[in-house]
Write a protein that binds this ligand. Structure first.
Ligand code: NAP
Length: 463
């Protein structure tokens, strides 16, 4: 049975869930399509009320929602609460802005024979959302808030290790007043995912996850001529220039690499420091990592949570060993992490040469790759030496210089003087192997709508 809750701190299997039957999947598609036929024509005020109510419930019951996150994937309780608030903020954002973001757009035509041309943005149908476990609620909120607000309906296939987080969101939306069928959580098999994609009533798929999953789903959807958005892996560069405030920068780097136990697509996975300040920065950074306290994620004193599973921890240890076999130096930092729980000892990798294949990998845990760059130009070169293109950061006291460097980093998002940030009112997405399409704000809500041209033409206009 693939879908199960296993507490990553204790290793205890708490609940298992059977795979969906084919009949359940077919019924869910029927229901989602039937719901779409009504929901697409509901006034924005109705959709807004559902979004607002969902946000209210999340905030009113934040502790309960957060506890389940910590239980299922092991994140710090404080981070779980922040995720609940972020999810609520996303619902609020679309409650406030969906109607104006989707307002008809009068086109600025120059040829008078082009008529009175307007673009209207209409929902397309049932969307399949495939989501990862690292932010179980946020990942759902960032797809369903815009898509339901646009008038689409959504079927969810969440990661197999967060089945209860997925289920509770379906209940949340029902309690918020969403019509039955408009958002349905399923525990499908791989074959059933393909079956959903091939159903003509399903308009596309939004996937957040690994490159491997992205490639499979994009191929299956492509075969069925369905649109997809892909939010995939990342190995964000964190560039430190010689004029950065080193104390503050080192603190942000430790945070950027270790929040959510380092399991974030936009973690600051590659810290690139110019030679002039490299040694001092490494000293500060190492001290910051050494101060992390691994332990029970429910304990407010804990600052480093376990990873999501023992399997994930094992894979990271193996990849550290491979990096070392290719010439890197691995320095384990801080007090020993607990022996029980899916912990990995925080590790700093230095001496990563241009021929070490590990420099191109995504370490999804508390492993920092630190690169020494000759100067700004070399730092930009190293930042772009990656198949990924998700986020990134530049630290400098000269913000105009930071913006110029940001323009030269080939990613979807770059922050000056902050690790890559996730906010309800900022877009999210990348280029290259990090995928395509954008989530959140107006870009996200317009990914699965028909940008329809309606043109009123003077019948006497010359041909
Ligand atoms: P994953 O293994 O790709 O899983 C993601 C989702 O895809 C899960 O629901 C998984 O289901 C499903 N899946 C995987 N293979 C599938 C297939 N062949 N057919 C149908 N569904 C399939 O990724 P992960 O290890 O959970 O998450 C970590 C990755 O996600 C990292 O690379 C991270 O950077 C990336 N990520 C990206 C973003 C972003 O916004 N760009 C955000 C968060 C995470 P099962 O659990 O049942 O396998």
């Amino acid at each position: 049975m693939a879908y199960a809750t296993t507490n990553p701190y204790t290793g205890e299997v708490l609940a298992t869930f059977p795979d969906a039957t084919d009949n359940e999947v077919r019924q869910a598609i029927d229901d989602a399509h039937a719901a779409f036929l009504d929901w697409r024509d509901t006034p924005f005020a109705t959709r807004t009320a559902v979004m607002t109510k969902a946000a209210q419930i999340l905030r009113a019951e934040a502790d309960d929602f957060a506890r389940l996150l910590t239980l299922e994937m092991g994140k710090l309780f404080a981070e779980a609460k922040a995720e609940v608030e972020l999810s609520a903020a996303i619902f609020d954002y679309y409650a406030e802005h969906a109607e104006s973001l989707l307002a008809p757009e009068k086109l600025p035509v120059s040829d008078p024979r082009s008529g009175d041309a307007v673009l209207v943005h209409q929902p397309l149908g049932v969307l399949l959302a495939i989501e990862p476990w690292n932010f179980p609620y946020y990942q759902i909120a960032r797809i369903i808030a815009p898509q339901l607000s646009a008038g689409n309906t959504v079927l969810l296939k969440h990661a197999s290790n967060v089945p209860q987080s997925a289920a509770i969101f379906q209940t949340l939306m029902k309690r918020a007043g969403l019509p039955d069928g408009a958002f349905r959580n399923l525990y499908p098999t791989r074959g059933q995912v393909e079956m959903i994609l091939n159903d003509p009533r399903v308009c596309g798929a939004a996937l957040t996850g690994s490159e491997g999953a992205g490639s499979v789903i994009a191929s299956q959807a492509g075969k069925a001529l369905k649109k997809t958005t892909m939010e995939l892996g990342g190995a964000d560069a964190f560039v430190v220039l010689e004029d950065a405030d080193l104390e503050k920068t080192a603190k942000w780097a430790v945070f950027g690499r270790h929040w959510n136990a380092g399991q974030v697509c936009v973690s600051s996975k590659r810290v690139i420091v110019v030679d002039a300040v490299y040694d001092r920065f490494l000293e500060l950074y190492t001290a910051g990592v050494a101060a992390l306290k691994a332990g029970d994620p429910m304990d407010p004193e804990t600052t480093l949570a376990p990873l999501s599973s023992q399997g994930a921890a094992k894979e990271i240890r193996e990849n550290i060993a491979k990096a070392v076999a290719h010439g890197a130096t691995a320095t384990e930092v801080g007090p020993r992490v607990p022996e029980t729980g899916a912990f990995v000892q925080p590790t700093i990798l230095t001496g990563m040469t241009g021929d070490n294949p590990a420099r191109l990998w995504e370490f999804f845990g508390p492993v920092s790759m630190i690169f020494r760059a000759r100067d700004e130009a070399d730092a930009i070169r190293i930042a772009n030496d990656t198949p990924y293109g998700l986020g990134g950061s530049v630290f400098t006291k000269d913000t105009a210089r930071g913006v110029e460097v940001a323009k030269k980093i080939h990613t979807g998002m770059v922050f000056v003087n902050h690790p890559t940030m996730v906010k309800a009112d900022l877009p999210f997405g990348g280029v290259g192997r990090s995928g395509y399409g954008r989530e959140l704000i107006g870009l996200g809500i317009k990914e699965f709508v028909n940008h329809k041209l309606i043109d009123v033409v003077d019948i006497d206009a010359p041909f």
